[in-house]
Write a protein that binds this ligand. Sequence first.
Ligand SMILES: Nc1ncnc2c1ncn2[C@@H]1O[C@H](COP(=O)(O)OP(=O)(O)OP(=O)(O)O)[C@@H](O)[C@H]1O
Ligand SMILES: [Mg+2]
Length: 351
Amino acid sequence: MVKNLEYVVVLACIIVPKTSEEEFVMSEPHEAPLIIGESSQVQKVRMAIEKFAPLAAPVIIYGETGTGKELFARLLHSLSSRRNGPFIAVNAGAIPETLVESELFGYVGGAFTGALREGKMGLWEAANGGTLFLDEIGELSLAAQAKILRVLQERVIRPVGGTEDRPVDARIVAATNINLMEGVQTRTFRHDLYFRLHILHVTVPPLRDRQRDILPLIDYIMRKLCPELHLDEPPVIAQDAREKLLGYIWPGNIRELESIVTRTLSLCAGMTELHADDFELSESDVRVPPDILHLFIEKGPLRRMKTRAEDAIIQWALTASDDNQTAAARLLGVHRNTLVDRLRRKNRSSR
Ligand SMILES: Nc1ncnc2c1ncn2[C@@H]1O[C@H](COP(=O)(O)OP(=O)(O)OP(=O)(O)O)[C@@H](O)[C@H]1O
Ligand SMILES: [Mg+2]
């Protein structure tokens, strides 16, 4: 049982976004959110979401922080037959261990000192007929994971202090920015829950792997900000600024992009053109994505290491540019002919 004071204090500190009262009474169908992204990587995610939407099984969305996991979860909800029902987002990582059960499953009146006399409905039940978005599922304790697994299997919840199970009907969409399989191997994530969730899965790619989306996203963010900043048109982004923004690695992905564009536009309101110096990025000129860095610490003759690293970087640049060689060469800071020549040599040596 949870103690009165602990409950009140801790409850006041929880950040469970988007579970405000209006979510519970929402009756309008959820409109599909606008998702900017012409790159083939984003189109693939969108296609997977469209296929998953009409099905009943849980969906898990993988992806680094700020890549748009929640946005895709909302898209899935709006495309499903549950679109008239609620979409309840729960940040699983932000609920303290002692409150997971009462937050998710509710409690009956008098379940513990300080509890509401009439009891309280849990978030799972509040999502009935709709979608329950369990964000940061990898952060849950093993005990909480066991309780979630039971609900997924039995489709019933038992409120804290209650003696009877209640049926629930919420579609589960989970998200995580950690590799759950690694969690299974290190025994921090239950393998039975993993296999229960990892059926309909999709990974939202990081922004550095979808160069094509960067400038359209900036344009979209700037246009959204224009009314607030009393601007008729967003400023033009000069070539030097474009190169800087396209070459940046975006560790915080779209959320970072949003904050940098918002800051820049707020500071530069009134300017008709933005240059590289106007955009303050946190790292100066890191162009190599972290997934490739491990190649530099592998042992072996220098020449072979250099070739392997170069191949990997070129492959990354091509993927990130949707196989557009001109864009990939720009990303690598070389002339297109240099890149084409390098690719020819690589093909010859691998034949
Ligand atoms: N393709 C997109 N088009 C427009 N806006 C986007 C897109 N992707 C993400 N955003 C915006 O970027 C921000 C971060 O997205 P979201 O919250 O969905 O990311 P997340 O992956 O859930 O992040 P976290 O891991 O931190 O929870 C939001 O403001 C969202 O609206
Ligand atoms: Mg999120």
